[in-house]
Design a protein around this ligand. Structure first.
Ligand SMILES: *[C@@H]1O[C@H](CO)[C@@H](O)[C@H](O)[C@H]1NC(C)=O
Ligand SMILES: *[C@@H]1O[C@H](CO)[C@@H](O)[C@H](O)[C@H]1NC(C)=O
Ligand SMILES: *[C@@H]1O[C@H](CO)[C@@H](O)[C@H](O)[C@H]1NC(C)=O
Ligand SMILES: *[C@@H]1O[C@H](CO)[C@@H](O)[C@H](O)[C@H]1NC(C)=O
Ligand SMILES: *[C@@H]1O[C@H](CO)[C@@H](O)[C@H](O)[C@H]1NC(C)=O
Length: 166
């Protein structure tokens, strides 16, 4: 029976590594703080559905609200879609659309606002996309391979178990 374990460990490994999405840390090592131009930060990233964004800041000092375009432009939280305040907040993008996040207090007036355009998950790499995948989305191509390898490993696992069971 122990012989059958290794393919399943393999499967778990591949599935686990596949599930790790890109985490976009807002502001990188400067985090979520006043006087940072988050437009520059966002312009330097490509966001896809299932990616996550994380806000790191001093708890009880700042917070995060997801608002609409009006809220982003005017630093208002009326009709906010959500709010976070743990100091280390992870938010997963579930839809391809614009997301607007602001600090719910005075921080917004000091630049604590970020607009993020989330794109649909790219399909399987086309020949014309290869350059792009290499430069920015290499892990995505890897992810596709992991799925392929994982399904192969599952098949191997079943054969293994099948043989062992005979
Ligand atoms: C942030 O940078 C963008 C792009 O260069 C610029 O258009 C914008 O005015 C800047 N925002 C602030 C608050 O300086
Ligand atoms: C943009 O990304 C590059 C590479 O990750 C980094 O070196 C650079 O500092 C970033 N610039 C900004 C404005 O975040
Ligand atoms: C947002 O602010 C602009 C001016 O900064 C103002 O004209 C507009 O009415 C405000 N919108 C809302 C919904 O408060
Ligand atoms: C944003 O939400 C506020 C409050 O619900 C609303 O008055 C405003 O019209 C909304 N703005 C947009 C662009 O949807
Ligand atoms: C913050 O979110 C909670 C639910 O997570 C909600 O009950 C509360 O009303 C929100 N606060 C504001 C000011 O939007």
């Amino acid at each position: 029976m122990s012989d059958a374990v290794s393919p399943f460990v393999l499967v778990l490994f591949f599935l686990f590594s596949f599930s790790s999405a890109t985490d976009h840390i807002v502001g990188q090592n400067r985090g979520w703080n006043p006087n940072i131009n988050y437009t520059l930060w966002a312009n330097n990233h490509t966001f896809y559905v299932n990616d996550e964004i994380s806000f790191r800041y001093q708890k009880n000092m700042y917070n995060v609200y997801e608002v609409n375009r009006t809220g982003y432009d005017n630093c208002t939280i009326d009709g906010a879609y959500g709010n976070w305040s743990s100091g280390k907040d992870f938010i997963t993008f579930t839809e391809a659309r614009w997301y607007y996040f602001i600090c719910g207090n005075y921080g917004c007036q000091s630049g604590m606002k970020v607009a993020v355009h989330v794109l649909p998950v790219p399909g399987p790499a086309k020949a014309t996309d290869v350059g792009k995948v290499k430069s920015s989305g290499g892990w995505r191509a890897m992810a596709v391979w992991r799925v392929v390898l994982a399904s192969m490993a599952v098949s191997v696992g079943w054969i293994w178990v099948g043989l062992g069971g005979i």
